[in-house]
Design a protein around this ligand. Structure first.
Ligand SMILES: NC(=O)C1=CN([C@@H]2O[C@H](COP(=O)(O)OP(=O)(O)OC[C@H]3O[C@@H](n4cnc5c(N)ncnc54)[C@H](O)[C@@H]3O)[C@@H](O)[C@H]2O)[C@@H](O)CC1
Ligand SMILES: [K+]
Length: 505
């Protein structure tokens, strides 16, 4: 089962692995043609109703595989308005190959004839809101025809994630654009959920959550997306993290780093990484003895001094207040392994109900504490063993072990290694590997950078995704740093490269 957003991510990851979308489209179109062959014998008439997105592109390809049929491609809209290069290239191929096409610019001109099969390729996963014209009229004509209806990916007008008509949520009751029905208000209401009523759906790669409930036969076509596109993090994992252009200061994440005492660099690295990973405001709560030094590393940080030279139980009230004013806490960088600090971590987590990244010396407390907090633990393999987890040399074996340990402790784990393993704690079955990064990153401080970056991401997205994306961008920043500095790279090199590593194009 895969959601529309995750599918888009996997598709982009496949492209990064060398399997571009146009190749996937060829497989999709081929699968659609196979479904047509299953419902009608050669010689039958087939009307392919195509939109201007890639859903339509799939059907342009399908038409090439249907030479034994009397097939016509109906393009809804002008060819110049086809939205993607790959769909346009496949459209042009139809014209040069003299496969019958018809351009329908006005919904009133759409004449399907009386086909044996209709292929519904008007809208797929890119649909937003209720069907607009001319797709709306076309859906009505398709539903009125006696043809067997084969939908590409999802019936047009249905949300593949929910099975409900697109636009059945708050914003979309009213159709936009030109609409022949505007003079009949009652009709608008009854038609607002109009969608294609398909007999068959050919969907791609994996089942979609909303399709099972439909009264249609659903088949899943393997379109050649490599398993690695799902198993490993990739650039697609960054999609959808773009921020609201109207957002204000603070809305893109406020992060509190709690650490320092025996060390000053670690909390500073984590905090600066959180800023470079997109957090709006980053505060560091650290002992007063190191506060000036931590602040001295960067004017961008807000430093909150805690009395004394080590963080301990006497700081609980103050840190709780600070934590409540932030979206995410990063707990552990440079904290040290003193008994007082461990006691502080235990009591803080026991009462905390928010989201936290736990790193370094704070990690060993986690398995022994009862907490409502959502934790993302970032151990290396030694620290994992210290927590009571197991590790293995083989990445797949390690993934299975990390997954079951995450389920056992009920928190997200990001276990660092040549292949990082990320496993979700709540639902248990999500596990992903990250293979960005290089041996230059064994230098001190890169773990602090990772913890800070994950902290910033956890203010934007769910813990599992924050951990997966954090591992990916931290490793990518490391690879960019290694390209310049080789194994002489240092942790601050990674911080400066996080923004480039986070670019999703
Ligand atoms: N993601 C993948 O991995 C793959 C996707 N493929 C196909 O690509 C499809 C997604 O393509 P696109 O992202 O181009 O999306 P669509 O083909 O669904 O088209 C979206 C376009 O339609 C218009 N539109 C949106 N809502 C509308 C509405 N309510 N009424 C009228 N017009 C509307 C918008 O201008 C939008 O650009 C999938 O459903 C699938 O068929 C396949 O080709 C291969 C692999
Ligand atoms: K469709």
């Amino acid at each position: 089962m895969i959601t529309t957003d995750r599918m888009a991510a996997v598709d982009a990851n496949a492209a990064a692995l060398g399997v571009p979308r146009k190749q996937l489209m060829e497989s999709s179109g081929n699968a659609v043609a196979r479904a047509v062959r299953e419902v009608a014998d050669p010689g039958a008439t087939v009307a392919l109703c195509c939109g201007r997105g890639n859903n339509g592109g799939d059907a342009f390809v399908a038409a090439r595989f249907l030479s034994a049929y009397d097939a016509t491609v109906h393009l809804l809209g002008r060819p110049e308005s086809i939205r993607t290069d790959i769909a346009r290239e496949n459209w042009t191929a139809l014209e040069t190959a003299e496969i019958p096409t018809e351009v329908v610019t006005d919904a009133a001109d759409l004449a399907l004839g009386d086909p044996d099969v209709v292929v519904d390729a008007m809208l797929g996963s890119g649909a937003t809101g209720a069907l607009r014209e001319p797709e709306r009229t076309a859906a009505r004509l398709i539903n009125e025809s006696d043809a067997a209806v084969v939908a590409v990916d999802v019936p047009s007008g249905i949300d593949a994630d929910t099975g409900e008509p697109t636009g059945s949520d708050a914003d979309a009751g009213e159709p936009t654009g030109s609409d022949a029905d505007t003079s009949e208000p009652s009709k608008i209401i009854t038609d607002s959920g109009i969608h294609v009523d398909a007999d068959r759906v050919v969907t791609f790669h994996d089942e979609k959550p909303g399709l099972a409930a439909l009264d249609a036969e659903v088949t899943v076509a393997d379109i050649g997306i490599p398993a690695a596109a799902e198993r490993f993090t990739g650039p697609g994992d960054l999609l959808g993290l773009a921020r609201d252009p109207n957002s204000h200061k603070g809305e893109n994440g406020e992060v509190l780093v709690v650490g320092g005492g025996p060390y000053t660099g670690a909390p500073s690295l984590a905090a600066r990484a959180a800023l470079r990973a997109g957090a709006d405001l980053v505060r560091v709560a650290c002992p007063e003895t190191v506060a000036r030094e931590v602040q001295g590393f960067s004017a961008d940080l807000i430093v909150r001094e805690l009395p004394g030279d080590r963080i301990g139980p006497n700081h609980l009230d103050r840190v709780r207040d600070l934590a409540d004013a932030n979206d995410v806490v990063v707990l552990g960088p440079g904290l040290g392994d003193g008994d007082g600090s461990a006691e502080f971590v235990r009591e803080f987590l026991t009462a905390y109900g928010g989201r936290a990244v736990v790193d370094a010396d704070a990690l060993r407390v986690v398995p022994t504490v009862e907490t409502d907090a959502e934790l993302i633990c970032t151990p290396h393999q030694g620290e994992l063993v210290g927590m009571g987890g197991e590790t293995a040399d083989d990445p797949n074996e390690r993934a299975a072990l990390v997954r079951s340990f995450a389920a056992e402790i009920g928190h997200t784990l990001l276990v660092k290694g040549a292949y990082d393993v990320i496993a979700g704690g709540g639902n248990g079955d999500e596990v992903r590997l990250n293979r960005t990064g290089n041996p230059g990153m064994t230098v001190g401080g890169t773990g602090d950078v990772l913890a800070g970056a994950v902290g910033a991401l956890a203010a934007q997205t769910d813990p599992f995704r924050a951990a997966a994306v954090g591992a990916y961008v931290n490793g990518t920043a490391g690879d960019l740093a290694a390209a310049e500095n080789g194994y002489g790279l240092v942790a601050t090199d990674l911080i400066d490269r996080l923004p480039e590593a986070m670019r999703d194009e």
